[in-house]
Structures are given as structure tokens and as C-alpha cells.
Write a protein that binds this ligand. Structure first.
Ligand SMILES: [Mg+2]
Length: 405
């Protein structure tokens, strides 16, 4: 089944998304997500200029060989731009294979390992009171796991809070240059344990709770925070420190039994290898989009399973619904699946461009059985929401030093 055409779309139904559509000679098409927040057009150029011309006429069934061709064959093997591009091609080819086989993709992986996908939602707020109110709402909605993030008192802008916006898809759109935020490790360390203390006092221990540090601490600071949080029995602490130096996680591991999650910025299995085989982490957060596609992610899952490490794919609002649906299939299959991050059902604009259906029941996400990923993309609707240059914020310490955002 020859590849006839490859189209790349960029649209902004609230946030920017890069979507790839591969069309075969019989008209079957598949979709992939190539969104790299703040660097979208670099991936578009990579796809249009460097990948698409090589694939026209190739057999769409040869997913593994095409992945190797694009990864090894490029000589420049990893990097976020290239793996997001390769991932979108890989996802589109799996979608096509599922449609040609008339099966959901999870069937091609070996079938379901569970009835639904356990998700964790986000309870954010400007104050502890507001976070706890949102947590109470989510518990009533059936969530079994929730991430808590709260604005720090007397600090301008805090990661994971909504900054007064109604939903995640309002966050982008008017950021022609990166906005700047402020960070104080001292204020943060003094404040966060109180958030979890009050959450446990009010809601008990049945609800699984987690928290994202967004790589803003050093290993010994993260060790201290994880120890302070031990009484509140978190599901995990996410991105306690940056991952470039994997041994930072060894330092934390030696001090605390709070479980650790990281890897949303991993582009390859090799980024995760040292942490997994040393059992310094408990959850790998790599997404299908930023991890190079389903083809490498299933290898990552199998490797992680040897070391009791579970999969918890990244589910931020800058991953498109195509990635969410790919995660649904991956998570239904992966024997060592842990939990999926889930930020909700989007906005009318988003759901006009991407047609898909997921349903939340008792904290588990379900989908209908459809061939391929089970998602469609409306090219005409997408035209109504053109690309807007936009950036993630940058972060500075109170004295002006640039810090991790
Ligand atoms: Mg995160």
C-alpha cells in the first residue's frame, strides 16, 4: 500500500497544534500529532522539507523500517524537533494499519490489558482553598487521582495554576514573546507541604494525589521536599529535578520513599535507560508525540517493565487529541501502564477541529472501538483557526537569574 501524499497542518483552536495526514494510494489516511510547543514551525519544516519527499511511494505497512529509516537514516538521530516529526509519521502509519486491518490499534499491539484507562486530572488554584474546592469537585466527578498545583503567595505566576483563565486552551494565543514568571525555592518549599496537609485532612487518603515540581529544585532540595511530603503518601512527585543529569534522581532516591516520575521531555529510550535500569524512578512520562511515536514507546514500556517501572504518559494541553487517542490505545495495551495525565474534554473550538470521543466513568477513561486511532481531523474547520506564534513562559529567580520553567 503505497504512500501517495503527506500533508502537514498547523492550527490554533486555542493552542497551536501540528497535525500530519498521510494518504495512501487507495485513499486510506492516517493522522499523527507533531506538536512541539513554542517551536511548532521547526517541526513543520522538518516534515515538509526533509521527511515527506523521502516517503512518497514507500509501503505504508513497513512501519518499523520507515521509523529506522527516518531515525538512523538521518545520521542526526535524536532531538525534540526530529523525534516529534518522526512520531507523527509513525502515528499516522499505525492509524492506517489499523484502518486497513479494520481494528483498533490496541488490537495490533496484542489486545487490551484492562477495561479502561485510569487518569489523573488537575486541581489548580490561586489559593489552597481554591485548590481544595476544585479537588472536591473532581472527587465528585469520579476521579481517582488528581494533581495539585497552587500559586505561591507573593509570587508572580506559578507553574500549573491557571493565572485567572477559565481553561487550558485560553493560555496561548497572545504571547508573541515569552512571558516571564518569578520563582522562589524558599517560598515554594515552605508552602507546598501545607497544601497536601490540608488536602489529606479534608479528603483523607483514598484519593491518589500527585504534584509537578517542573524541574525547579536541585537534587538535595527535591530530597527534602519529598521527605516533607512523605506523611501525605503521594502517588508520585513529577519532574523533581531536570533529567540531563540522571544521577540527580539517585540522590533523591537515597533520601525518600516518595515515588518519582519523570520523562515528559525524553525523546528516546536511551534518555530513560539509566534511570530505569538503576530503578531511580517509578513512572516514565514519555508521550507518543515527543518520544518518537508508538514504535519506540512500546519498546520503552517493555524495557521499563523489567524494572517494575510503570508508564504514565504526559497529557498536557499542548499535546493534540490525536496524541490523547494514541495514548488510549497504548495504555489499554501496556501491561505496565500506571496512570494517564488528562486535562479534560477541550473546548468547542478544539472539538470542532478534532472529532473523537472519550468518556470518563469512575475515574477511568473509555473510548469506542473504531479502526485505527478512532479520531478524525476537519481540514476546513482548522482553516478558521490559523497559527499564532506563541511561547511557553520563562522563569527567573527573584534576583533575575534565569531558572527552569
Ligand atoms: Mg509535567
Amino acid at each position: 500500500m503505497k504512500i501517495k501524499d503527506i500533508k502537514v497542518f498547523v492550527c490554533c483552536p486555542g493552542r497551536n497544534f501540528v497535525t500530519v495526514k498521510i494518504i495512501t494510494e487507495d485513499g486510506t489516511y492516517g493522522l499523527g500529532d507533531a506538536t512541539l510547543n513554542g517551536r511548532e514551525m521547526a517541526v513543520v519544516a522538518y516534515l515538509e522539507e526533509h521527511i515527506a519527499p523521502c516517503l512518497i511511494g514507500k509501503d505504508a505497512h513497513q512501519i518499523e523500517d520507515i521509523w529506522q529509516y527516518l531515525y538512523k537514516g538521518a545520521y542526526w538521530q535524536n532531538g525534540a524537533v526530529s523525534t516529534a516529526a518522526i512520531a507523527a509519521i509513525d502515528m499516522a502509519l499505525w492509524d492506517i494499519k489499523g484502518k486497513l486491518a479494520n481494528m483498533p490499534v490496541y488490537q495490533l499491539l496484542g489486545g487490551k490489558s484492562r477495561k479502561g484507562v485510569t487518569v489523573y486530572g488537575h486541581a489548580n488554584g490561586e489559593t489552597i482553598e481554591e485548590v481544595l474546592k476544585n479537588l472536591g469537585t473532581m472527587i465528585n466527578e469520579g476521579y481517582k487521582a488528581v494533581r495539585l498545583q497552587c500559586a505561591l503567595p507573593d509570587t508572580k505566576g506559578t507553574y500549573g495554576t491557571m493565572e485567572g483563565k477559565k481553561n487550558y486552551y485560553e493560555l496561548q494565543g497572545n504571547r508573541p514573546l515569552p512571558p516571564e514568571q518569578e520563582w522562589s525555592t524558599t517560598k515554594y518549599m515552605n508552602f507546598i507541604p501545607e497544601l497536601f496537609k490540608q488536602a489529606r485532612e479534608k479528603f483523607g487518603y483514598a484519593i491518589a494525589l500527585c504534584h509537578d515540581v517542573h524541574s525547579r529544585l536541585t537534587p538535595i532540595e527535591a530530597s527534602r521536599l519529598c521527605k516533607l511530603l512523605e506523611p501525605y503518601k503521594l502517588l508520585f512527585i513529577e519532574d523533581a529535578v531536570t533529567t540531563e543529569n540522571a544521577e540527580g534522581y539517585k540522590v533523591i532516591r537515597e533520601h525518600t520513599d516518595t515515588p518519582l516520575a519523570t520523562g515528559e521531555k525524553f525523546n528516546t529510550l536511551w534518555d530513560a535507560k539509566e534511570m530505569i535500569q538503576n530503578q531511580w524512578i517509578d513512572y516514565v512520562r514519555t508521550a507518543v508525540t515527543h518520544g518518537g511515536g508508538l514504535t519506540p514507546l512500546k519498546k520503552l514500556a517493555d524495557f521499563a517493565s523489567l524494572y517494575h517501572v510503570r508508564m504514565a504518559p504526559h497529557g498536557a494541553p499542548d499535546l493534540s487529541p490525536v496524541c490523547l487517542m494514541a495514548h488510549m490505545h497504548f495504555n489499554l495495551w501496556a501491561p505496565n501502564f500506571g496512570v494517564q495525565e488528562f486535562v479534560g474534554f477541550g473546548t468547542p473550538e478544539l472539538n470542532e477541529v478534532f472529532q473523537y470521543k472519550v468518556e470518563l466513568k469512575d475515574g477511568l477513561l473509555y473510548m469506542d472501538d473504531k479502526p485505527g486511532w478512532g479520531i478524525d481531523f476537519d481540514e476546513e474547520a482548522a482553516k478558521k483557526y490559523p497559527y499564532k506564534r506563541s511561547y511557553l513562559p520563562v522563569n527567573r529567580l527573584e534576583d533575575g537569574t534565569l531558572w527552569n520553567w
